[in-house]
Ligand binder design. Structure first.
Ligand code: URA
Length: 487
């Protein structure tokens, strides 16, 4: 038989590849006689005859093969289809134990390809950023992303699960994915300029990032290793990196000479870190003395914490954010759906309300520290939605030592508890928010606590008049808290 030419409908069309591979295999066409390409690709010379028609019957292969093939086929290596077929051929022509033979060049190559694809998917989950535009049907979230491999179709489901309630589009150079709240569809690729570069949230995030950027601790190589440069341009917080890096030596020298100028709600302070719980005084020589290092170490601990079984279903732990030395520290309950995806506290509906109220009360959020009592999103999965589940007393107790250390490192003058869970985490017992609201609670081993309601309580109020009145009360609480912290 002459060579066979197979055209696949897409660059990662695993089912189509499998069907065609079964056909040529049934006809005993050896790998070197099959040419593969993707419909629409620049054809080049493609002289093969079409593959044999007829039913494609399943082939018995070790289960590890389809599992690996389904991932590896997303790699951009043009040889991937042929490589997969060669491995399939060898598996069905007497090479026993092939899948376990990591030294085999074909298997090693497939494994390396799958690893690279998985890494690409991880980067997409972590570094993709949506920008909000106002479309006819309401807000629409647009993201530009440049994957290394053909992962958009496979990963789109992840974003459907995570952003089920929003309308969004992800544009990549080769294809785009669109979710209208009910149906996922795919379209042609686009251009970076199809996605706006700014929205209000980004401005806030950039201000925040620039304000926490410490020029004296600049490690560009480590930054690049963790977050490859090509993702920087999609991430609002990184847009200023080149300028910040360029300015770093001068800013560092200036900081040494003068000390950083504390904005209104930020202050300089001496930091005396107590040893973490369970470590005797004097035995903490390895514990970081610098608060930024201590906070980074604590953050790493929290991100790695998987002690509670339900925490595994969260995308990631969400740690607090804001400057060390912030005079006001806000504690919420736990990350919600959007926080879980973004890895940042209070960026969803409650966060937007909090931002608005802070702005109205004259408190720049970037100068406060915002965190949660519980660091993972606890939810009940129901179909495509993830329904918030309140943390119980055990959950709050589990995260309490983390919260106490976080507060200790940040060293605020006043801690504002938002809602009942935060108040329980701070006081160690159930306290009625309605009774304690607006008072300054003196606590042993902690800065004073100022209880108020959670912004989501305001969001839930059904009556517009009550909502407006409660919002004004919330504003009054925030103003009183700021006055207490600065007084
Ligand atoms: N609610 C919270 O308590 N915290 C968040 O981060 C978001 C919503």
């Amino acid at each position: 038989m002459g060579s066979i030419g197979i055209v696949l409908p897409g660059p990662a069309a695993f089912d189509a590849w499998r069907d065609q591979a079964r056909r040529v295999l049934a006809a005993e066409v050896p790998p070197e006689q099959v040419e593969w390409r993707v419909a629409g690709d620049a054809a080049g010379l493609f002289a093969g005859t079409p593959p044999p028609s007829g039913a494609a019957s399943p082939v018995a292969v070790p289960r590890a093969f389809p599992a690996l093939a389904e991932i590896a086929i997303r790699h951009r290596d043009p040889e991937r289809f042929a490589l997969l077929y060669r491995v399939l051929w060898r598996l069905t022509h007497g090479t026993h134990g092939l899948m376990e033979d990591r030294a085999d060049p074909d298997i090693a190559r497939l494994e390396a390809m799958a690893k690279s694809v998985r890494r690409d998917a991880h980067k997409m989950h972590a570094f993709l950023r949506f920008r909000c535009i106002q479309a006819e049907a309401g807000p629409h979230y647009l993201a530009w992303f440049e994957p290394d491999h053909h992962i958009l179709h496979a990963e789109a489901d992840f974003f459907v699960r995570r952003f089920a309630g929003l309308r969004w589009s992800i544009i990549t150079p080769e294809a785009s994915a669109h979710w209208n709240g009910a149906v996922l569809s795919f379209g042609p690729g686009g251009n970076r300029h199809d996605v706006p570069r700014e929205d209000a949230v980004e401005e806030l995030w950039r201000t925040y990032y620039a304000s926490i950027f410490n020029p004296a601790r600049l490690k560009p190589a480590a930054m690049r290793a963790e977050m490859p440069k090509k993702y920087w341009r999609n991430m609002p917080e990184t847009r200023d990196i080149p300028r910040l890096i360029a300015e770093a030596p001068a800013r560092a020298a200036e900081m040494v000479a003068r000390g950083a100028t504390p904005p209104a709600l930020r202050r300089q302070r001496d930091v005396h870190l107590a040893p973490p719980e369970g470590v005797a005084p004097g035995m903490d020589l390895l514990a970081p003395k610098d608060p930024a290092e201590a906070l980074a170490a604590l953050r790493a601990e929290v991100l790695a914490d998987q002690a509670l079984p339900w925490a595994a279903q969260a995308t990631q732990a969400v740690f607090g954010e804001g400057p060390i030395g912030a005079a006001l520290l806000f504690v919420g309950e736990q990350p919600g759906d959007e926080e879980d995806l973004a890895g940042r506290p209070f960026v969803g509906p409650a966060g937007r309300l909090l931002d608005r109220a802070l702005a109205e009360a004259g408190i720049p959020r970037a100068e406060t520290y915002v965190t949660n009592a519980v660091k993972h999103f606890k939810y009940t999965p129901t179909g495509r939605r993830r329904i918030h589940q309140s943390p119980d007393a055990g959950d709050i107790a589990h995260y309490r030592p983390f919260l106490r250390r976080e507060i200790e490192i940040v060293g605020p003058r006043l801690v504002v508890s938002l809602g009942a869970s935060a108040l329980r985490a701070l006081t160690g017992k159930a306290v009625a928010v309605g009774k304690a609201r607006g008072q300054v609670l003196a606590l042993p081993d902690s800065p004073p606590v100022f209880p108020t309601v959670h912004p989501s309580y305001l969001l839930r109020l059904p009556d517009a008049a009550a909502k407006a009145a409660e919002y004004q009360r919330f504003l009054a609480d925030l103003r009183a808290a700021a006055a207490t912290a600065l007084g």
